[in-house]
Unconditional design. Structure first.
Length: 586
């Protein structure tokens, strides 16, 4: 289970103590949610015995408690367990987070919680897809082929000017056709709703009950449906349906494109701005050589964004651009900046764990100035001072790809891809991770990074060169924490870990009136203390923790910054770390 706990400052007296924040309840309306999970593989593997074991749905809807699911012994699939519950904890239109659990303690082991957008209307209902427990498909199933009818209502997209009947075409793209060119949909001009487009396609053979992913796409402006807040999207941001138990016909309900129903649109003028000073200072951005930076995002379909121009002196490294968006009030807009020389071109903001930046449109016409940010949130202290050899390692024991391929060390190979390689397509031969020592299940790979390379690394592993470790955008994020040679912590295939840039502040046992203080760090960190947390709080920087170079914690060999000589006083002392230009630790 993935839960987040916010830590408060440490208090130091004669013993160390950690204070934990408490959750604040938020009132919500009501949604009726039907959960369903297929236990066939667990029964085959003897990890679940009907009549002996029970399976529960646990999540944000019930405070991560237990909600019992039951099967229908007379149903078509007696291994399908279901339950319908009233969700009064999650707000209407919010995201439901959940996982399935055998008994009280055998959780699904995927890295991320399952998630689903809830209906916006009070009392709305949703039936969640019937996933296999832990996404492990049963053996010896006969693949099925369904004829699937897709339906999408383009009413609001016509109003917004994103779709012109007779000129624009809306397509279905998804796992059934490799997310390729897609299948063109058609409307009935004389029908009850001429703005409803539909198409029936024959899907690729796949296992019964298996989830199938798709989205709608408009050729005008290369407009994809966005990731959440689409209510019908799953955790990956795609729409999903499940195949039938046998070959048959499946008619999907009609949905609005991007789940945007007809409402009067608003017009917002957006000012984007990004600071390229760090890239310029390390020779990775030089407009005189033709380098430029763009803003790209959901507002223009993530295709060939618009070029930003720099401000007059003295802020010549800050690049600005204006874009007009006509859309539904309050629409979430996702975006990133794109640089001609940055590895992979798209930034990987530290503040979002590499995910997209975002903001919401206003509820009325108006102007929005998006906050000025450093490209990828990278400061000068976030680049390597010397050439460094970095060792990656991944544990492939019991690894299973998202395509249900079970890793076979005698026949399969392990690959790596990432921002430092430019994210080439997975059909290009990538560096192969080697098994070292042979038979250990641990595969390693080394890459040399030049001085001036960025400390944050976003990457992903693969079985046989296919993007099959985790869903789209679910990557590993780690940091180079020492110069010369650095061994990253061991990864586990399928667990997309997002490592904090700084954190995990801890204090050790007293000795001789002194106490060690350590934290997971990167350069540029200051340690500060306060005698009280009562307002106003006065934080004082501890001398010797400026993080500007050895031995003050700059890329220390063990990846930790430590202060080992803080003198314990008679009164409580609170600690926090601060990195100028970022939010301090609470």
């Amino acid at each position: 289970m993935n839960l987040t706990i916010n830590t408060k400052p440490f208090q130091l007296t004669t013993a160390a103590g950690l204070l934990l924040g408490t959750a604040v309840a938020v009132s919500a309306a009501s949604s009726i949610v039907t959960f369903q999970v297929d236990m066939t593989a667990q029964i085959q593997n003897s990890t679940f015995t009907p009549g002996v074991n029970v399976v529960n749905a646990r999540g944000s809807f019930n405070g991560w408690g237990t909600s019992l699911l039951t099967n229908n012994p007379a149903g078509v699939n007696t291994n399908l367990y279901r339950g319908t519950f009233d969700d009064t904890s999650d707000a209407n239109g919010a995201t439901l987070y959940y996982k399935y659990c055998i008994g009280d303690g055998v959780w699904e082991s995927m890295a991320n919680n399952r998630q689903w957008g809830l209906p916006a209307a009070n009392g709305g209902s949703v039936v969640l897809p019937a996933y296999f427990f832990n996404n492990v498909a049963p053996t010896n199933l006969v693949p099925v082929t369904d004829d699937v009818t897709f339906q999408v209502d383009m009413t609001q997209q016509i109003t917004l000017g994103n779709f012109t009947p007779g000129t624009s075409t809306v397509y279905i793209r998804g796992s059934y056709n490799g997310w390729g060119g897609g299948t063109a949909m058609t409307n009935d001009p004389a029908g009850t709703n001429p703005k409803l487009y539909s198409m029936t396609v024959t899907g690729s053979p796949d296992l019964p009950d298996s989830p199938q992913f798709y989205k709608y796409f408009v050729d005008t402006g290369a407009l994809w449906e966005n990731s959440p807040p689409m209510l019908n999207a799953d955790g990956s941001g795609n729409r999903v349906y499940n195949l039938l138990q046998t070959d048959g016909v499946l008619v999907l309900p009609a949905v609005y494109f991007n789940d945007q129903g007809p409402v009067p649109p608003i017009t917002n003028v957006i000012t984007f701005q990004v600071d390229m000073s760090v890239q310029a200072s390390i020779g990775k951005f030089d407009p005189s050589l033709g380098d430029y930076v763009e803003a790209r995002g959901s507002f223009q379909g993530w295709s060939s964004g618009f070029t930003l121009t720099n401000r007059p002196a003295p802020d010549t490294n800050v690049y600005v651009g204006v874009w007009t968006i006509v859309n539904n009030p309050g629409t979430a807009v996702t975006y990133k900046f794109w640089d001609t020389k940055f590895p992979g071109n798209y930034e990987n903001p530290i503040s979002t764990g590499g995910a997209n930046r975002s903001f919401n449109l206003l509820t009325t016409n108006g102007n929005i100035v998006v906050a000025d940010v450093l490209f990828s949130d990278i400061q000068l202290s976030d680049v390597l001072p010397t050439e460094t050899v970095v060792t990656f390692s991944v544990n492939m024991t019991n690894a299973v790809g998202t395509d249900s391929h079970v890793f076979n060390p005698s026949a399969d190979s392990v690959y790596i891809n990432g921002d430092f390689l430019g994210w080439p397509t997975w059909d290009v031969l990538l560096p192969q991770v080697t098994n070292n020592p042979v038979g250990s299940g641990i595969y390693t790979f080394q890459q040399t990074f030049a001085a001036g390379s960025f400390l944050p690394l976003t990457y992903k592993y693969s079985i046989n060169g296919i993007d099959n470790e985790a869903g789209f955008g679910q990557n590993h994020l780690r940091y180079i924490r020492s110069g010369g040679n650095y061994v990253l912590p061991l990864d586990k295939f399928g667990t997309a870990l997002s490592e904090p840039q700084n954190g995990n502040i801890a204090i050790g046992a007293q000795s001789g009136g002194k106490v060690p203080v350590s934290w997971l760090g990167t350069p540029g960190i200051l340690l500060q203390t306060a005698a009280s947390l009562s307002s106003p709080i006065h934080w004082t920087t501890v001398p010797g923790t400026a993080g500007l170079g050895p031995p003050n914690g700059y890329l220390s060999p063990n990846g930790f910054v430590s202060l080992t000589n803080y003198t314990v006083g008679p009164n409580p002392t609170y600690f926090r770390w601060v990195k100028p230009g970022t939010q301090p630790a609470p």
